[in-house]
Write a protein that binds this ligand. Structure first.
Ligand SMILES: Nc1nc2c(ncn2[C@@H]2O[C@H](COP(=O)(O)OP(=O)(O)OP(=O)(O)O)[C@@H](O)[C@H]2O)c(=O)[nH]1
Ligand SMILES: [Mg+2]
Length: 382
């Protein structure tokens, strides 16, 4: 994607990246690095129990290691919630320094709030707990829900991880006590399949890189200035697709194609191509026609066909308000990038799978607790 680097981005935004737990910090570190390389104004904070990263992570500008000795909660989310709640002043202080605006700022509504606050988390005990607490605090500090980038667990991971993910996702997106954040889901099931042949360490490394690359380039694509008279979604549309109106589940779409001749792309029926390859090009499987919000950037050479095909894509999303920015280039490429957000969980099977696995594991815990209570009673009676 070398041509992207050569382009000047007409729109300027600032981005805060907060890494939560080991996976969150590792992916967050790569996102920070890639955003900085492209001259985005970035503030960043890594949050974990301890600094146990090998190889080291070194792109975050601030760090908060809140644990004492243990390097991991081993998935015990409630333990982490307890520890962090007892240190909420420390956490709040760190977060206040890393956000780009506060609700108390004397600035009028809608004026220059061109900042995105991202939290990167997972179903790890630390990742899930930190996402929940930091998500809520950022909502309180800025008045806006942060956007959550969440790594969904693989299907065969422990029920504890599924439970954590379910608990965090429910709180962050759907609980009246939570921030009502838009949640961009990256499914590890999908992500890691792409690197099946590799060792686990290598697969994780490459999948993290792919996740960070997909997310950052998708944001960068949106910052290109569109030169099309009909499809020229702007920065306000971009923020609407990522912000409070996009509450619910969201996915990232990244489709990049290169051809040998410009004419070939100009005559391409790319709407058919887009929909037939949609699932393989998205971060999670979902019925995206149900997206309420979204922002798509289509980058391709100009022709009559191009506008026609764009209109066909727009039509398929007419249940929601999906904004499209068409940017024409004189290179034989077709890139369709963007987010589709505000999808109700009913249209996301993976979300229910995680919730059900989480609920079942909780049932097992309740049964165990019941057994303990009963044996305790029996002991007493004896
Ligand atoms: N894509 C990706 N997923 C990861 C990576 N490391 C862990 N995961 C997944 O993230 C979840 C567990 O996250 P960890 O980061 O190990 O846990 P944590 O947030 O540090 O929480 P603790 O349980 O307290 O250690 C599981 O679903 C893992 O499969 C990674 O480098 N890349
Ligand atoms: Mg950990």
């Amino acid at each position: 994607m070398s041509w992207l680097k050569r382009k000047l981005f007409g729109k300027k935004i600032s981005i805060t990246v907060i890494g939560a737990g080991n996976a969150g910090c590792r992916v967050g570190d790569l996102i920070v690095q890639k955003l900085k390389e492209n001259d985005i104004n970035v503030r960043s904070l890594a949050i974990n129990q301890v600094d146990n990263f090998t190889p080291q992570i070194d792109n975050f500008s601030d760090k908060y290691w809140f644990g004492r000795k243990e390097s991991s909660s081993n998935g015990e989310i409630n333990e982490v919630l307890k520890v962090l709640e007892s240190k909420d002043y420390e956490l709040k202080d760190k977060l206040e320094k890393v956000v780009f605006y506060k609700s108390s700022d004397t600035r009028r509504e809608g004026e220059d709030q061109k900042a995105l606050h991202l939290i990167v988390g997972s179903g790890g005990g630390t990742g899930a707990a930190v996402s929940m607490l930091a998500g809520k605090m950022i909502k309180d500090i800025t008045g806006d829900p942060p956007t959550i980038v969440f790594i969904a667990p693989e299907k065969d991971e422990s029920s504890l991880i599924q439970y954590n993910a379910a608990k965090a996702l429910h709180f962050l997106g759907f609980d009246f006590k939570g921030p009502y954040s838009p949640i961009l889901l990256f499914d590890n099931e999908k992500l890691l399949k792409k690197f099946e042949e590799e060792s686990l360490a290598e697969a994780l490394k490459q999948s993290n890189n792919l996740l960070a690359e997909t997310l950052t380039t998708t944001i960068l694509f949106s910052l290109q200035e569109s030169n099309h008279e009909e499809y020229n979604a702007d920065l306000n549309d971009f923020f609407t697709a990522f912000g409070k109106e996009a509450t619910g589940i969201g996915i990232i779409i990244a489709m990049d194609k290169e051809y040998d001749e410009i004419e070939k792309v100009q005559n391409l029926r790319f709407s058919d191509l887009f929909f037939s390859e949609l699932d393989e090009n998205s971060s999670l499987t979902a019925d995206v026609s149900r997206a309420k919000r979204g922002y798509l950037t289509i980058t391709t050479p100009l022709s009559a066909q191009t506008t026609f095909e764009t209109r066909k894509i727009e039509k398929r999303f007419e249940k929601g308000s999906i904004k499209i920015s068409l940017t024409t280039v004189e290179e034989p490429i077709l890139s369709i990038r963007g987010v589709l957000t505000g999808i109700h969980p009913d249209y996301v099977d993976r979300f229910w799978e995680i919730l059900e696995a989480g609920r079942d594991s909780r049932k097992n815990i309740l049964e165990q607790e019941e057994t303990i209570r009963k044996s305790y009673l029996e002991l007493k009676i004896d």
